[in-house]
Design a protein around this ligand. Structure first.
Ligand code: ATP
Ligand code: MG
Length: 361
């Protein structure tokens, strides 16, 4: 079967608020997908529909080819891990993890074995007899994961599971989640509003905005080939340049790409593009990520035609990069430079090299 979980044309309103609008998503077995978007865009509502906590107004949820839209939550084996973990405070770690199986009347010795095994897998064997309030945030989070994983979930739903952890721990646990997901080949739907988290762990990212799916693609596609301004801005810093397309011709490198000449700031630049439907004479928005632009010193000899002069407005040294705001003929451009160690922080006039491969909106 091609797709493990399919969301078909889901709609859900609360009063006048359309929380989810005509949402279509297809998820393969063993894939980790994230729902990424700002607060209120419908991520949790979508998860609740998958889990069976909400019925959609329209549309279907299909798991393994079977319509489960109206199936009770406890019959669909799609456990959800919440931001606040929701562990039972009066039960020990062991009892918390065992709870779901006990309800399903799994034999005691099997429960014993499975809980022991999953706690070991998650590096928690020594805390089985503790209560949740005797655990760190990271440990509680892992217990919540263990509690869901022990059920061999069809689909594991994680709603902002890391937002209560500090920055370093968040990064560590997100890699652990990714490793578990690969090891057990679990289909996971992961909710976050942190773009870096989404890009780093997902097989595919679904970017949502006001209940609408704006784009569904690999992290690479979402970052380098965003479909619109909302997606481009949501997944990172971006420069949008209004340019005029002058000429489009086939590239002679045999890749099927095109070379396009475009006019910006009264200058003609050339770049390579894949099929982006550009026509000469049209005005288009060119997307430039800050790290794609290379600043070089004013006095540096360069022959590259794709270079333009600008003036540093301000700079912030962030360690791995220096972030500049640069004035280019009255337009403000954000540029990230990763070579500060070599040439120091630029001031005053700089030259900017535009990349040979860009994306137009
Ligand atoms: N039970 C409810 N009753 C009324 N309105 C609701 C209910 N649940 C959600 N909403 C509304 O639906 C919209 C989507 O909410 P949802 O919780 O899905 O957003 P979200 O993307 O998870 O946001 P966040 O990142 O803040 O968790 C919001 O406008 C919210 O106020
Ligand atoms: Mg939410």
């Amino acid at each position: 079967m091609e797709h493990h979980l399919v969301l078909e044309d889901l709609c859900k309103s609360f009063g006048d608020v359309q929380a989810v609008k005509n949402l279509n998503l297809k998820i393969k077995k063993g894939e980790l997908i994230t729902l990424l978007g700002p607060s209120g865009c419908g991520k949790t509502t979508t998860m609740h529909i998958i889990a069976g906590f909400h019925l959609p107004d329209r549309g279907r949820v299909i798991l393994n080819g079977e319509d489960i839209t109206y199936l009770a939550p406890y019959k669909r084996n799609t456990p959800m891990v919440f931001q606040e973990y929701a562990l039972f405070p009066h039960l020990t770690v062991f009892e918390n993890v065992a709870y779901g199986m006990a309800i399903r009347k799994v034999p005691k010795n099997e429960i014993q074995e499975k809980v022991k095994d999953i706690l070991e897998q998650l590096g928690l064997p020594d805390i089985a007899t503790r209560f949740p309030n005797q655990l760190s945030g990271g440990q509680q989070q892992r217990v919540a994961l263990a509690r869901a994983l022990v059920l061999d979930p069809e689909v594991l739903l994680l709603d902002e599971p890391l937002s209560n952890l500090d920055a370093k721990l968040r990064i560590r646990v997100r890699y652990e989640i990714k490793q578990l997901q690969e090891k057990f080949n679990i289909t996971m739907v992961y909710v976050t509003h942190d773009q870096e988290e989404a890009l780093s762990i997902s097989d595919r990212v679904a970017v949502m905005n006001k209940g609408v799916l704006e784009q569904y693609g690999t992290p690479w596609e979402i970052y380098y080939k965003p479909k619109n301004k909302f997606v481009a801005e949501f997944v990172g810093e971006t420069n949008f340049l209004q340019v005029e397309i002058k000429e489009v011709r086939p590239s002679d490198d045999g890749t099927g790409a095109s070379v396009v000449d475009f006019l910006w700031q009264d200058r003609v630049f050339s770049t390579s593009v894949e099929d982006e439907g550009l026509s000469p004479g049209s005005t288009r928005t060119l997307l430039l990520r800050p790290e794609a632009i290379e600043p070089v010193g004013r006095d540096e000899e360069i022959t590259d035609e794709n270079t333009i002069s600008g003036k540093v407005i301000d700079s912030s040294f962030l360690g791995s990069i220096t972030r500049y705001r640069i004035d280019v003929g009255g337009e403000e451009i954000v540029v990230d430079d990763s070579k500060t160690k070599e040439h120091g922080v630029f001031r005053g006039e700089v030259k900017l090299k535009l990349p040979w491969n860009v994306h137009f909106l």
